[in-house]
Design a protein around this ligand. Structure first.
Ligand code: FES
Ligand code: FE2
Length: 418
């Protein structure tokens, strides 16, 4: 039987720059483990949720940072904490509910008990059991509960959005995002009270980076997505800008929708369906909101864990939760604002039909990500060509470019030492 070539087991990135991405970057298990360590568990902030999901003291939400299960809690004093969902005793992943409200957590195995900040407060039979006047067993006299709390993550909350990091030396969230991206972050999250409209979840059989790439790829929406092309929400002739942070890891795709109709960019585009009409045109009942400014859509990728979506009246976070090199869970949180009218809430909910696992637009994305992964697995010694708009990396004032993808891989190569 033939051995796999050594280059596959010990991968090296052959080409210069970041415009030709080796397929092994999506298929190699060791590379994936290294990504978890370097991006998800150190040096970076990961999204874990919205404050509006846990409004009251005692509320909690179970989620993940990378592959590690964590619990986001609101303590009695209103403060937000993130602790790892692994019992300090013998390692049980004790919290099984997605959401709930409680005063403390008790591990089912031996009932070690933790407060909402993760401090160990109760150990059954810690001082042993008295029998015939004699104390039997118990923890050693020098056992110090303070040394045996749950792992506590560093937490940053900005305008209702919660991030966490296992790395307590991570820079501030604001420094991490950088001024350019922070400005677009604050455009959506400007301190207004958020309301949760609902969730959708899906498991996509592709490498997690493909989801980041998808939202750093303004090339495809006007080609892949019949819905976008036909109804003019996102097309190559829309006025647009692409912006990155100084490390090129985060990005914003900023677009202003045109008037639709047939033009140069739709002629010959097979996904443009002139004859297609909506039976219910309320899906396109877009009402301009003051806080948008000029753009009608801003899609933000915050590396590595989350996408912030504003596509006309639909706003959501999309949490990327990797599980293995070839799969990730994708959790959408659709939200609104506390001062929305009843009408606006209905509108946001209707427009949310574009997104999620069965969304008019996003079903296509999930499918092509799966197809991409299939191609990569088939010939891991090959590479992609992300050279639209050149081989360089930089902000642009148009969307006919793959510059954001090149930017992300420039950063990736640096951190991964590839
Ligand atoms: Fe949790 Fe023993 S493993 S109390
Ligand atoms: Fe897409």
């Amino acid at each position: 039987m033939n051995e796999a070539p050594i280059a596959f087991r010990r991968p090296t990135w052959k080409d210069d720059g970041s415009s030709r991405i080796p397929f092994w970057a999506y298929t190699d298990e060791d590379t994936y483990r290294r990504e978890l360590e370097r991006f998800f568990y150190a040096g970076h902030w990961c999204y874990v949720g919205l404050e509006a999901e846990i409004p009251n003291p005692g509320d909690f939400k179970r989620t993940v940072v990378g592959e590690r299960s964590v619990i986001v809690t609101r303590a009695a004093d209103g403060g937000i904490h993130v602790v790892e969902n692994v019992c300090a005793h013998r390692g049980v992943r004790f919290c099984r509910e997605r959401f709930g409200n409680r005063k403390d957590f008790t591990c089912p195995y031996h009932q070690w008990n933790y407060d909402l900040k993760g401090n160990l407060v109760g150990v059954p039979f810690r001082r042993g059991v008295k029998l015939d006047g004699k104390v039997n067993g118990g923890m050693p006299a020098d056992f110090d509960p303070k040394q045996h709390g749950l792992t506590q993550l560093k937490v940053a909350v900005r305008n209702g959005v919660i991030f966490a990091s296992f790395d307590h030396d991570v820079p501030s969230l604001e420094a991490y995002l950088g001024p350019t991206i922070l400005r677009y972050f604050d455009r959506v999250f400007d301190g207004r009270q958020l309301t949760i409209l609902g969730y959708s979840r899906q498991r996509i059989p592709g490498n997690w980076k493909l989801m980041q790439e998808n939202i750093k790829d303004p090339y495809h929406p006007g080609l892949l997505h019949t819905w976008f092309v036909t109804f003019g929400l996102w097309r190559a002739d829309n006025r647009s800008e692409l912006k990155m942070d100084e490390h090129f890891r985060h990005a914003a795709m900023i677009s202003t929708r045109g008037t639709g109709g047939k033009g140069e960019v739709t002629s010959g585009v097979s996904s443009f369906k002139d004859q297609m009409h909506l039976h219910d045109d309320r899906f396109l009942d877009v009402v301009h909101e003051d806080w948008w400014g000029t753009p009608t859509a801003v899609m933000m990728t915050l590396f590595p864990s989350v996408i912030i979506q504003q596509q006309v009246n639909s706003v959501s976070t999309r949490h990327i939760q990797p599980n293995g090199h070839g799969s990730f869970d994708f959790v959408w949180t659709h939200f609104g604002f506390a001062n929305d009218s009843e009408d606006m809430t209905r509108r946001r909910l209707r427009q949310a039909n574009l997104f999620g696992p069965a969304g008019f637009v996003s079903a296509d994305d999930g499918e092509v990500i799966e197809f991409s992964q299939e191609g990569f697995e088939q010939k891991p010694f090959h590479r992609t060509v992300a050279e639209l708009g050149g081989r360089e990396v930089g902000d642009t004032d148009h969307m006919v470019t793959e510059t954001l993808i090149r930017g992300m891989y420039q950063y990736w190569r640096r951190v991964m030492e590839a």
